[in-house]
Write a protein that binds this ligand. Structure first.
Ligand code: ATP
Ligand code: MG
Length: 466
């Protein structure tokens, strides 16, 4: 479709001449023989460009310009002016007029200037359309990233709301919560929903490396910095340039590294291990901890100044047992990964899950569902597909440690589980645990587990004297 031009010029001959010239260029040209008529036209139809004389009886070129720019369709405006009278036109260019032409050169200049203005206009429209598309895409990614996080409980909604607010910024975020509550999932979503999404997301487990290695891992090292440093190596901060570094288990950070991190958070500069050059990198810091940093500060294990730098925007993820309404939707979510539905789970099995404490939080629930799906095959999923077995306790010691359970807490859990499985029968419970009845009693006592069911118990002990 041809671009539309309105010509506003009170000398009829000149006006027609301009119309003919521009029509020959392929534009659709309307004319107005004066400012008032031009303003009337602007109200009636849309134009891409207005070519207006500055001086006209009635509304002046300046008024035509202002009216034109007030339209939603925002036409461009080229002003025509006499030599020695150009000051006003120049002023209007500062307010957004596209160009002005001296009338002396009008017919040579006009087609060229019009073409230039039209081209620029088209480029602007294209880039605006592209920008709009990018924004919708970004919005979709944004929503999508947080979509993978399941949870409708008020606590979860609060956390999601906070995360969505802070995601597009460069603020440091401190994610706190027990093991398996989704700290890393949140960190990834924060990155993916930020303007850094196209750059790397680099996780570093601060607890997994000894002090010297950790420092070189984070900040890099120069050749010969220490034994084994045979070549220069960039650190994770450098690798993540433009992106996000996720410092997991930040509470494990050694003191000396805490100092370096603090300096980095203050001015984004660092020095490689064994180097001297002050380097700079642009990364956003997300950190996570399942330990209470406040308590570590009190005990002298964590720097308070670093804590305040990291804790600009805290997000706490509450344990699953404190938001039990999320259990069912999570079960459904994990079942779907195995092409199973909630209706495949027997009601009492679901009830069992809903009353369980999940010391390992969502990770534990996810593992339980995965196992149950394998065990149940194509049949329905039963209570007994969710066992917490002794074998598992023994073989998954590493996992238990990372759950942050003490031996004492673990013993208590094992005793409770054994009692539940033995339906309160102490002898069977003791057998399950591989200890004597007497030992079971004394341990129950030390864990303040009520003995209960005295009568049944008396009969039981008469039948099974230790
Ligand atoms: N809200 C959630 N919706 C769906 N899946 C989740 C959610 N939260 C966590 N998960 C799943 O649970 C598992 C554990 O999550 P994640 O690794 O983020 O926990 P974490 O808090 O970092 O634990 P840790 O402190 O042990 O490192 C992951 O496999 C993740 O996919
Ligand atoms: Mg984690």
């Amino acid at each position: 479709m041809a671009e539309r031009i309105l010509v506003a010029e009170d000398q009829e001959n000149l006006c027609r001449l301009i119309q003919t010239t521009l029509s020959e260029q392929g534009y659709e040209v309307a004319v107005a023989l004066g400012g008032d008529a031009a303003i009337h036209e602007l109200m009636q139809r849309e134009f891409d460009l207005v070519v207006s004389d500055m001086r006209m009886p009635g509304a002046s070129g300046m008024e035509v310009f202002r009216q034109a720019r007030a339209r939603d369709y925002l036409p461009d405006v080229i002003l025509m002016t006499a030599f020695g009278d150009a000051r006003e036109a120049v002023q209007l260019m500062k307010e957004g007029a596209a160009d002005y032409i001296l009338k002396e050169n009008l017919l040579e200049e006009l087609p060229v200037r019009v073409r230039q203005v039209m081209e620029t206009r088209k480029l602007k429209a294209d880039s605006k359309m592209l920008q709009g598309r990018i924004e919708t895409l970004e919005e979709r990614i944004h929503v999508h990233r947080f979509d993978t996080i399941v949870g409708q409980s008020p606590a979860m909604r609060d956390a999601l709301h906070l995360a969505q607010r802070v995601a597009p910024t460069d603020a440091s975020v401190l994610l706190t919560g027990e093991s398996g509550t989704g700290k890393e999932v949140f960190a990834q979503a924060l990155h993916a929903a930020s303007h850094r999404a196209a750059a790397p997301f680099v996780p570093v487990n601060c607890g997994a490396l000894p002090e010297t290695l950790l420092e070189s891992e984070l900040f890099g090292h120069e050749r010969g910095a220490f034994t084994g440093a045979v070549r220069t190596k960039p650190g994770r901060f450098e690798v993540a340039d433009g992106g996000t570094v996720f410092l997991d288990e930040i509470g494990e950070l050694p003191q000396s590294t805490q100092v370096k991190l603090l300096r980095f958070l203050q001015d984004h500069t660092y020095v490689r291990v064994g180097g001297e050059e002050l380097r700079r990198t642009d990364v956003r810091i997300l950190a996570a901890t399942n330990r209470s940093l406040e308590e570590m500060i009190k005990a002298g294990g964590f720097r308070e100044d670093l804590y305040y730098r990291l804790n600009v925007f805290p997000i706490n993820l509450v344990p699953l047992r404190e938001r039990r309404e999320d259990i069912t939707p999570l079960v459904q979510h994990f079942l779907a990964r195995h092409e199973r539905a909630l209706s495949d789970v027997r009601p009492e099995a679901l009830e069992y899950l809903r009353s369980y404490d999940f010391p390992g939080n969502i990770r534990e629930l996810q593992n339980l569902i995965e196992r149950a799906c394998i065990l149940a095959g194509t049949g329905s999923i039963d209570r007994h597909h969710f066992p917490i077995e002794r074998g598992r306790l023994a073989s998954d010691a590493g996992e238990l440690l990372s759950l942050g359970l003490s031996i004492d807490q673990m013993e208590r859990r094992m005793i409770l589980e054994a009692l539940e499985r033995a339906q309160g029968n102490k002898t069977r419970a003791a057998t399950l645990l591989g200890i004597s009845r007497r030992a079971l009693y004394s341990r129950m006592e030390s864990h303040a587990i009520p003995i209960g069911g005295v009568e049944a118990d008396a009969a039981e002990s008469a039948a099974n004297p230790d």
